[in-house]
Design a protein. Structure first.
Length: 627
């Protein structure tokens, strides 16, 4: 009798788990989960609540699914849950049965159904279908069945196009919340901060397979299953040697095995809720957005040397540099591949599939010295449709690029004789020299310029100080940067661009191989607003925030092509004028050239208060991260 009672209690407990899971997911997707019978704006009935609707009660009698969602006043979505994964089809069949009964009426149409199978311990499997041509068909995105409940936006899309959709709408706030949630799961699973990016990479590669990892198996078998799937995906991508850098292992302490497995199950659940498998085949950058958010805000990012160039900056640079399929693009310090991703995405959006295939094989190159970070870059590119062929591990100073016969480039130990360089565009964010012993940023720039054809364009993020410091930095600006090349444009970025990393940055555009003429005009821009605002330790898009970058893309691109382009002089913001070579410090920053009135007392006071607030916020954040 006791065993039977335990089973009943377990079943009831797991049903409650499912109710909470479904409600939480619906809420996160943007549904109003209040009871429509009691709240005019409510959209979600839970069990008996639906019987308050006369027509639903008429056709269901006393039967009731777990949830009924009001997609519109007349269109419904039926959700049924079961305790075990193996009961997923049963849950879906019962949801379909409920829908068929409701559809006998005149005023309501149950067009969506979902089966949810699982429990809090094992996670949940989800299958969602849409009534199309007299039958319920699985909703697919990019050829893959979605693995989540659906948002209001997806419902609208399916109602318009049917169950086969191309790209799932991106909700950046949702992706950020999921990334933070996963990071917390991994923390609770006793997974060290600097191992979390590795775990994420392994799971993403494992989920690229057509079937799911066996989450019902013991921890050691589950981990071997994940590693095996990740290894197989890398092998198919021609990069099997990188598996050792993302292979995951059980914690040494037996007590932590169950916690570790639980963290993996929860993470897989969240990835399925984001429809990761569909995202892997997406023409948009759904997966890349999540991946970069996780890497940036996962606590282990700093520990393994990840400093991500913000996505809106990489996209801005690719647009203004006018990257095309004939360019050979190189990043000698590629990190997780942000600039290469932006260049590749731009080519995919503007060129035919045949051109894209050639470009990704012959025209896209990146070097990163940290093997573990390289593996993350490979994952980043694999899930964007490849593009990882020429991303390699190594010391960039020992890697050289020469033009290949096919119009692209190839790695060589060193260029021989008159062998031509193949690179036409460089996009980079070199490691910043935070200590006296660190390699100076300008050395990476000199190396990159050496790989380029004359006339090629280089963009680099730099610490602001690199363009104003005396000593060896001044020597570099005079004797290397300007003597051998032409400085075209300098942009001051927002002071908190890399927040919470507190380095003030600047961006420079340089034309290779032509000595800078004294009368040569430079485009100076002070873009202190980029459409993002700080919120709870993060920088997030805000439609109310000013974005200086959006308004300057076209004329920056024009100026890089033709320095005679007319540039409107805007006080404290933009100006085109030559370098003042009488300046003994040769400070090559916009603030030294823009027209500006002296700041008012109010501006000075506000500026001081802002600096104090940001300093206090940064110290609080640092303390929290170290706790």
């Amino acid at each position: 009798m006791k065993k039977k009672t335990d089973r009943v209690l377990q079943a009831k407990s797991s049903e409650v788990d499912a109710y909470l899971f479904i409600k939480d997911e619906l809420r996160s997707l943007g549904w109003n989960t209040r009871n429509p019978a009691r709240n005019a704006s409510g959209q979600v009935y839970t069990q008996n609540e639906c019987l308050a609707h006369p027509e639903i009660k008429t056709f269901l009698n006393l039967e009731r699914p777990e949830n009924i969602v009001k997609v519109t006043d007349s269109i419904l979505w039926i959700i049924e849950a079961k305790r075990y994964h193996k009961q997923l089809d049963q849950a879906l069949e019962e949801a379909e049965d409920y829908a068929e009964k409701i559809n006998q009426g005149q005023n309501l149409r149950a067009l969506f159904i979902s089966g949810v199978a699982g429990n809090q311990h094992d996670g949940y499997l989800i299958k969602t279908c849409f009534l199309h041509r007299n039958g319920f068909k699985p909703i697919t995105s990019n050829g893959k069945e979605i693995s989540s409940l659906v948002s209001p936006e997806i419902c609208k899309t399916v109602l318009h196009t049917g169950p086969t959709i191309k790209d799932i709408p991106i909700d950046e706030a949702l992706f950020l919340s999921k990334a933070e949630k996963i990071n917390q799961y991994l923390h609770l699973g006793a997974i060290n901060k600097n191992q979390r990016a590795r775990v994420m990479a392994a799971l993403l590669l494992a989920l690229a397979q057509d079937s799911q990892p066996d989450v019902d198996s013991p921890p050691s078998i589950l981990i071997e299953d994940i590693n095996s799937r990740a290894r197989d995906t890398l092998r198919k991508q021609g990069k099997p040697e990188f598996h050792k850098y993302i292979e995951i292992a059980l914690p040494p302490t037996q007590d932590n095995h169950v916690k570790f497995k639980k963290a993996l199950i929860h993470t897989i659940q969240e990835l399925n809720n984001l429809n990761i498998r569909s995202a892997m085949n997406s023409g948009t950058d759904v997966l890349g957005k999540f991946y970069e958010v996780f890497l940036k805000y996962g606590n282990g990012a700093k520990e393994i040397g990840i400093v991500l160039t913000p996505r809106h900056i990489t996209q801005f640079v690719v647009k203004v540099m006018n990257i095309n399929d004939r360019d050979v693009v190189y990043d000698p310090t590629c990190g997780t591949g942000g600039f290469l991703v932006a260049a590749f995405d731009h080519i995919k959006q503007t060129c035919s599939e045949k051109v894209v295939q050639h470009f990704k094989t012959n025209n896209l190159f990146g070097v990163e010295q940290e093997a573990e970070v390289v593996s993350l870059a490979l994952v980043n590119m694999i899930f964007r449709g490849d593009g990882k062929s020429n991303i390699i591990e190594g010391n960039c100073f020992r890697k050289h690029l020469a033009r290949a016969a096919n119009g692209g480039a190839m790695y060589v130990t060193e260029r021989i004789g008159g062998q031509e360089s193949g690179v036409t565009k460089v996009l980079m964010n070199p490691p910043f020299a935070l200590k006296a012993s660190d390699e100076k940023e300008y050395r990476f720039i000199d190396h990159a310029l050496h790989q380029m054809q004359d006339g090629g364009i280089l963009f680099s993020v730099l610490p602001y100080s690199a363009m104003v410091k005396p000593g060896e930095y001044l020597e570099w600006r005079v004797h290397s940067l300007l003597r051998n090349n032409t400085l075209l444009c300098v942009i001051t970025f927002p002071e908190d661009l890399f927040y919470p990393v507190g380095v003030h940055t600047i961006g420079i555009f340089v034309k290779k191989g032509i000595s800078h003429r004294q009368e040569q005009k430079i485009l100076w821009i002070r873009a202190l607003n980029d459409g993002l605002l700080k919120s709870k330790g993060k920088r997030l898009p805000n439609f109310k925030a000013k974005n200086d970058l959006l308004g300057i893309e076209d004329f920056v691109r024009s100026f890089l092509i033709n320095q005679s382009t007319t540039v409107e002089n805007k006080e404290r913001f933009q100006k085109a004028c030559p370098i003042d070579f009488d300046d003994s410090l040769l400070e090559l920053v916009p603030e030294n050239y823009l027209d500006q009135s002296p700041p008012s007392e109010d501006e000075i006071r506000d500026g001081i208060e802002q600096v104090i607030r940001e300093a206090i916020a940064f110290l609080i954040l640092e303390r929290k991260e170290n706790e």
